[in-house]
Design a protein around this ligand. Structure first.
Ligand SMILES: Nc1ncnc2c1ncn2[C@@H]1O[C@H](COP(=O)(O)OP(=O)(O)O)[C@@H](O)[C@H]1O
Ligand SMILES: [Mg+2]
Length: 353
């Protein structure tokens, strides 16, 4: 029997725990012609939600652009135009029209081997940049354009790309955008700051952890793979992961391996699985930890024990500064009280007591 839990990749179909409410909300926003900005910490399930959403949307040319590896203006433009042409029937279809569609002073050509466009424009030639960005308006049909990990657009420093995007995007007819990003503070700065170009361009949607719906999803997967599981075992999984999509899958994955022979998942088995999850994250947590200041470390240690950060032997000012800086890098968030965002990072901190 194959392990029914999947993590580290976009999940689809029966591996996707349906976020019915979010799906309905997003479809409604998009079908009304509004753009939307999805914000959450990494591995909450933004990309998976978007891909499943695209599967459901009908009547659009669908474009998915991931900015994770974009480091320069030309790499942005290449990715952007390649994906737009792909969604409009494939690059080859445009091979002979390309230079008529996009008349620029820079170079644009088709790399047939790698099936991508090669673009070389001078960052000072703002006209060139604008013409490439206008590409969707030269193609018939309705577009939904996803720009995932949008905050990475900040890596493009040769030009004020954000302002140009905003200036052009607002005139597109028949295009809705889904922006998505994991660096919450940068995303909020781009989309919710009145002095920034993308203010009020889209509806902001903060994606939360999975809720109730995850119970049936997890329990069904255990049962249909021949492993018995009781309510309490699921409750323990949920208590540890807080419904964090990636950790729900990762913890269940390890639990399934531990119990597949005895064919029963009990509460006491969850701790063994948790150790495996922590072990898998250890290197990443350690390098994160190394980059923190002593005060940030002190405050995190205290938060990991569910105590007030002000009970640290630090001045209130130092605690506040540490909290603000930790919030900026998404290690803590505030929902009434400050808490550590990543539940397994928290468990890792506690395991060193
Ligand atoms: N709706 C979901 N149902 C089940 N698992 C999910 C769901 N969304 C995300 N996951 C799990 O979380 C992992 C990370 O999801 P991903 O969509 O890449 O998050 P993000 O884009 O927010 O970083 C996936 O590999 C999968 O294991
Ligand atoms: Mg993602």
């Amino acid at each position: 029997m194959e392990n029914p839990f999947k993590f580290g990749m976009v999940v689809r179909g029966s591996d996707f725990c349906d976020r019915e409410k979010e799906m309905t909300d997003l479809i409604q926003i998009i079908n009304s012609g509004m753009s939307v900005t999805l914000i959450s910490p990494r591995r909450y399930g933004k990309t998976s939600l978007i891909i499943n959403l695209l599967d459901r949307l009908e009547g659009y040319k669908k474009v998915y652009i991931d900015l994770m590896s974009v480091v320069s203006l030309n790499s942005f433009l290449e990715k952007y135009s390649t994906e737009i042409l792909n969604s409009a029937g494939g690059l080859k279809k445009f091979i002979n029209k390309l230079n008529r569609m996009i008349k620029i002073s820079g170079k644009i050509s088709l790399d047939i081997g790698n099936l991508k466009l090669e673009i070389d424009v001078d960052p000072n030639a703002v006209d060139d940049v604008e013409k490439i960005i206008e590409l969707p308006s030269k193609i018939d049909g309705k577009f939904v354009i996803v720009i995932d990990e949008f905050q990475e657009v900040m890596n493009v420093t040769e030009i004020d790309l954000i302002s140009i995007l905003r200036k052009k995007f607002q005139f597109f007819q028949n295009t809705v955008f889904i922006f998505s990003g994991s660096k919450s503070s940068i995303m909020r700065e781009i989309f919710a700051n009145p002095s920034k170009p993308f203010y009020r361009f889209s509806q902001i949607y903060e994606l939360q952890n999975l809720g109730e719906e995850s119970k049936k999803f997890i329990m069904d997967k255990f049962r249909s793979s021949g492993v018995e599981i009781e309510d309490e075992t699921f409750e323990k999984i949920y208590e540890i992961t807080k419904g964090h999509a990636y950790y729900l899958q990762a913890l269940s994955y390890h639990l399934w391996f531990l119990v597949r022979e005895k064919k029963k998942a009990e509460v006491s088995d969850v701790y063994g699985a948790l150790k495996k999850v922590i072990f898998g994250e250890k290197a990443a947590f350690e390098s994160l930890w190394d980059d923190l200041t002593p005060n940030q470390k002190k405050v995190l240690k205290i938060l990991s024990r569910d105590l007030s950060p002000y009970s640290a032997r630090l001045s209130a000012g130092s605690v506040n500064r540490a909290l603000e800086s930790l919030k900026k890098i998404d290690l803590v968030d505030k929902n009434g009280e400050f808490r550590i965002t990543d539940p397994i990072f928290k468990a890792w901190l506690r395991s060193y007591e």
